[in-house]
Design a protein around this ligand. Structure first.
Ligand code: S3P
Length: 190
């Protein structure tokens, strides 16, 4: 993985798990998936801090290399963006000791799942529709999929389309709780 991560360098989840008193583990990385607005970036950063792991965020990797996501959608279409995500997934297969926050559809792409599910611990952050709407409306301009006239209807539609995909992963509720509590919940499951 060639981009600079935004956490400290250090060994992988084994050390992390023992630091928090959990049994040692057999996975390479912790991957966070879930719909837009479920807190993947914030929780991922805090989780990496707590576990003394490195943190990467696939959307940020993409933006560092290719520019703002709305512009990528505009110039290369959604298909172009998904191709970039697939290339990132291949790079991430060699990583060990990371918390990886992914874009909302990243782990629903069968190619990315085939590359990354095995060997990594995947958690899906979930939230109710109203909570998602509250959270995403703050940064709506950075989310091209919500650019249309009725973002709530669009979110509902996408949630429905993606429900089975997200359901293949262990889910972690994020409603009515601060990111630090979501982090503690995840750590208690390691
Ligand atoms: C997307 C979610 C976004 C980003 C892109 C597409 C999606 O990431 O990858 O706008 O399809 O759900 P966040 O989930 O971090 O907002």
């Amino acid at each position: 993985m060639s981009d600079a991560p935004d956490g400290p360098t250090g060994p992988g989840p084994d050390r992390a798990a023992s630091r928090e008193g959990a049994p040692s583990s057999s996975y390479n990385n912790i991957i966070l998936t879930g719909f837009m607005g479920t807190g993947k970036s914030t929780v991922g950063r805090l989780l990496a801090q707590r576990l003394d792991l490195q943190h990467v965020d696939t959307d940020k990797m993409i933006e560092r290399r290719h520019g703002p996501i709305p512009r990528i959608f505009e110039e290369q279409g959604e298909d172009g963006f998904r191709e970039i995500e697939r290339a990132i997934a291949v790079e991430l297969t060699t990583d060990v000791g990371f918390v990886i926050s992914t874009g909302g559809r990243f782990m629903l792409d069968p190619t990315n799942v085939a590359a990354l599910h095995e060997g990594n611990r995947v958690f899906c952050l979930v939230a109710e529709l109203d909570v998602i709407m509250d959270r995403v409306m703050h940064r709506r301009s950075s989310r091209p999929l919500l650019a249309g006239k009725d973002p709530r209807a669009r979110v509902e539609e996408l949630l429905q389309q993606r429900a089975d995909g997200y359901a293949q992963f262990e889910s972690v509720p994020t409603d009515q709780r601060p990111p630090s509590s979501v982090v503690s919940d995840i750590i208690s499951r390691l």
